[in-house]
Ligand binder design. Structure first.
Ligand code: GLY
Length: 346
């Protein structure tokens, strides 16, 4: 149930293992996965105290290259994976302090992160602002063009024999199926009591390069800008700039203040942003849980949850697909144990 990145990945994986799969979604691939920026970034999204999401995220990131290669071959389309790494930059001295905390935490866990001095930064990424106070290069954090990925997943599902049903499902017992996988993002909460997810809104901009625009950075740039966070993720034709984060129920209207803050912070990091065409502004709803870990696992003999991926749906798609298939086949994946939907959530 649900044709976002999680539902499609699980459907493709299960169909490949011989299951007969129908995906139910009245608006396939148009929810949070469509709006997303596409960072595959467990290291630079990490923070002391968030060891669980770090471990789960890195386990999924390791699966990404193989997943992308198999998907591309099955779909006959690019997966959208980009492997150039991520740069985190700080604008003022407090922001630079935040960067040092992140670098120290990653170093303690043996994760690769390298400080980049000012001169080296302007040599490597000349389009970034000269006023940046500190930078950290994290080669392990990648990105994916989410819309290319969704197109590839849909094509791979179709060629694996997955069927699509457009009717809205309001009751998990309605589909005539031996097993139901609930992967409906923020919509999951209304369908099962253990799908304890709440919506956290994120606004995001898509910018297109114009003739004469300075070349954009080749890798993802995350900025800490006077305590606020912004990210700039490269695409073939421009950049995705995201994302605001606040609670607003199920409201997906884009606010003027959200767009203003994103543009201001992006321009502080990359002054040439003002030259880009503003292609679109959208908002999506992240399905968050209370402990920032997803809900993946069996909740009764006929139902498997695969929801609550919060900021990390694209990152966690390969691992979730493996974990769902393992649950369907009665052999849960040990690496997904921390995502057990039966855990106590406060
Ligand atoms: N993964 C980034 C976001 O949710 O904005």
């Amino acid at each position: 149930m649900g044709a976002g990145v999680i539902g499609l990945s699980a459907a493709w994986r299960a169909a490949g293992a011989g299951w007969t799969v129908t995906v139910h979604d009245p608006a396939p691939a148009r929810g949070a996965s469509w709006v997303a920026g596409g960072m595959l970034a467990p290291l630079t999204e990490g923070w002391p105290g968030e060891e669980g999401p770090l471990e789960l995220g890195t386990a999924s990131l390791e699966r990404w290259p193989g997943f992308a290669a198999r998907l591309s071959a099955a779909a006959g389309l690019p997966s959208g994976l980009r492997t150039r790494g991520t740069l985190v930059v700080a604008v003022d001295s407090a922001d630079a302090g935040e960067l040092r905390v992140l670098a120290g935490w990653l170093a303690e866990r043996g994760r690769r992160a390298e400080s980049v001095g000012r001169r080296e930064l302007s040599r490597r990424e000349p389009s970034l602002s000269r006023s940046i106070r500190g930078a950290l290069h994290v080669p392990g954090d990648l990105s994916v063009d989410n819309r290319a990925l969704l197109a590839a997943l849909r094509a791979a599902c179709v060629s694996a024999g997955v069927r699509f049903a457009a009717e809205r499902v309001d009751d998990l017992t309605a589909p005539a199926a031996d097993q139901v996988v609930l992967a409906a993002g923020v919509g999951s909460a209304a369908l099962h009591p253990l799908a304890r997810v709440h919506p956290v809104k994120g606004e995001i901009l898509r910018l297109r390069e114009r003739p004469g625009t300075l070349p954009r950075p080749g890798l993802t740039v995350r900025g800490v800008v006077h305590g606020r966070h912004v990210y700039l993720v490269p695409r073939d034709d421009g950049l995705v700039v995201g994302a605001t984060q606040y609670e607003a129920g199920h409201d997906t209207r884009v606010t003027v203040g959200g767009v203003r803050d994103l543009i201001a912070d992006a321009e502080t990091v990359l002054p040439s942003v003002a030259e880009y065409e503003l292609d679109s502004a959208q908002a999506g709803l992240r399905p968050m849980t209370a402990d920032n870990l997803p809900l993946i696992g069996r909740v009764d003999s006929g139902t498997v949850l695969a929801t609550g991926h919060g900021r990390n749906g694209l990152l966690l798609a390969p691992l979730t697909a493996d974990a769902v298939l393992a649950e369907l086949e009665g052999e849960p994946l040990p690496v997904a144990a921390s995502a057990d939907p039966g855990r106590v959530l406060w």
